[in-house]
Design a protein around this ligand. Structure first.
Ligand SMILES: [Ca+2]
Ligand SMILES: [Ca+2]
Length: 231
């Protein structure tokens, strides 16, 4: 019985001490590529050492709303090509530690068959057929999240810090010659999310009351156990 009561007391204290909770901060963004913007977040405030940061999760989502990449054959022959494209939305900061790999990437490689040039010629990137094509990105999306279980000390403090979002886009055409590439206005939207996973340290007064409560509970049971023995 004694060990069971002690266990109950320690579980009670343990539950209070490691009561984990979260602070989630979300900054929405949207725009036409390329985007270069900064977003403001609050540092994790330990409130005088009463809260302990356990980990930080960074997340970025990205969805294409419209636009896409263009291919235009300007050669005299039919072109069979592979069109590799990507849009990268990456996060960085001069205030807090963010790994250079944190970014959402919409990417794919698509095969295209383009007819011989219909007369637009080099320098005019025309997506209309039969010698051109538009790879519509509408609805394509990606997200990336990174959980920092160490090296998150730079997120602790008071006040605010900035996280920068920069987008870039690339394409590579292979398998044919004389094919021009480009892009139409690509609009995207998404969220940048910073989550603090932390636990609260109970105040000394609370801890003492819980300890006293547990000990008096134990004492009562000892007394009761003693009286049972007397019979
Ligand atoms: Ca053409
Ligand atoms: Ca052309």
């Amino acid at each position: 019985m004694k060990s069971r009561i002690l266990a109950a007391v320690s579980v009670l204290l343990f539950t209070v001490q490691v009561h984990a909770t979260q602070i989630v901060q979300t900054a929405p963004y949207s725009g036409v590529l390329d985007i270069a913007d900064s977003f403001t977040f609050d540092y994790f405030d330990t409130l005088g050492g009463t809260r302990v940061l356990d980990s930080v999760q960074l997340k970025i989502t990205m969805e294409a709303l419209s636009g896409g990449f263009i291919a235009d054959n300007d050669s005299a022959q039919t072109a069979n090509i592979n069109y590799e494209y990507s849009i990268l939305g990456s996060l960085s900061s001069s205030d807090v530690f963010i790994s250079s790999s944190v970014g959402a990437k919409i990417t794919d490689t698509v095969p295209l068959v383009l007819a011989a040039d219909n007369g637009d010629g080099t320098g005019v990137i025309d997506s209309s057929g039969p010698d051109g094509a538009l790879i519509d990105l509408t609805g394509e999306s990606d997200f990336f999240q990174s959980l920092l279980t160490s090296s998150f000390g730079t997120f602790i403090g008071t006040g605010t810090y900035e996280i920068d979002l920069n987008t870039s886009r690339t394409f590579n055409i292979s398998g044919g010659s004389g094919v021009e590439g480009g892009f139409s206005n690509i609009a995207v939207e998404g969220d940048i999310e910073v989550t603090y996973n932390y636990h609260v340290i109970p105040e000394p007064a609370t801890l003492s009351m819980l300890t006293l409560g547990g000990l008096s509970l134990l004492a009562r049971h000892r007394k009761r156990a003693g009286s049972v023995k007397a019979f």
